[in-house]
Design a protein around this ligand. Sequence first.
Ligand code: UD1
Length: 419
Amino acid sequence: MDKIIIEGGRPLHGEIFVSGAKNAALPLIAATLLCPGEHTLYNVPDLKDIRTILVLLETLGITYHYPEPHTLVINSDHVEGYEASYDLVKTMRASVLVLGPLLARLGRARVSLPGGCAIGARPINFHMQGLQKLGAQLELEAGYVDASVKGRLQGNTIYFDFPSVTGTENMLMAASLAQGKTIIKNAAKEPEIGNLIDMLTAMGAKIDGRGGDILVIEGVAELKPAATTIIADRIETGTYIAAVGAAGGELTLRNCNPAHLPSFLEKMRAVGIFIEEKDTVLVAGRSGPIKSVDIKTMPYPGFPTDLQAQIMALMTCTNGLSVIDETIFENRFMHVAELQRMGADIRVEGGRAIVAGTGMLTGAQVMATDLRASASLVVAGVAAQGVTTISRVYHLDRGYERLDEKLRQVGAKIWREKE
Ligand code: UD1
């Protein structure tokens, strides 16, 4: 197991190329199960979670290769397996994304229930209720959802109590091959959903309402493979902006999409970080002190929960008071205890964290507890005085491509050692 060591307190200067989005690549890879043929995905990030979903797809019968780095070719001619085992789902709950496409193509899917994870209970009841609405028979046995349908799924109207991201993605994939019209109300609007809609449309699906919270899918009998480019990772982009806000300096972020970070960029400007947006390039930096702001996580286009931990690390570097409300996940403050080890003054009251900025953190030994919590410790570490040692960084490798290397290229003193 690796640990990351950071000697903090150095401003960051230079250019970083942002990778493809993990949360877009996962559903797009799952979508290749929908029809036989050779599917090409460009800008695929090299991450542990991507390797995990490819292992899962291999157990179902697909083959894949990378003709060049970040270009993934998947052959899904033979899909015979229909099970996502507990061992895979427990390491990555996004494995549930195979439920919709397997059911639509094979009429059968058996997927382990994810159970709890570090940031909360994370049930999949919306996915299950949605598929039942489309005519699937669902049984729960031995910790698995066993879903089956005789013939094709049937279009219907689905209403989500909450705009679930992977729930919406599962319904989009299932409904694309259903008979008749499906309407998803209160659908999630995250940019990753738009990426999936673009891929499904290129495959021959008929989907209206892209970008809105009502999606209308006219099912088709057949889909064909298509080539699609994965969008830039908005969470990786935001993590570098938080890092430069905390450590100081100026970063040019290339291959990103500033339009996918509306609320985040507005907050960063309010913090005192200057931001310039030009197509796929974002320049962010600061020279003077930063101010505290209040944050409330919300579904897109609101402030992303996946950037809450990183912003909390940034807020500890101000001299003001910041109130951070986490409304998406009930237990997403695992990073608080670790930031406190670095001198942060944070009080948690239910889903609210109150951060009293201390101006400066000090390096300490800390532990990564989940993906975004790990990223917040890196943000804290590059800004802190002294040495920060982050153990259990496998969480970080699930969702950030070469984060330490990219930060080293812009002047951070950061390296890996074996634990
Ligand atoms: C996705 C992202 C994750 C991000 C999250 C919220 C992927 C692979 N992951 O996760 O990085 O943090 O969106 O933006 O894209 N819920 C239910 N029942 C369900 C489904 C969800 O109660 O069937 C609840 C969850 O517990 C949570 C909320 O709804 O409180 C949002 O979850 P959801 O949008 O589904 O998150 P994911 O799709 O799992």
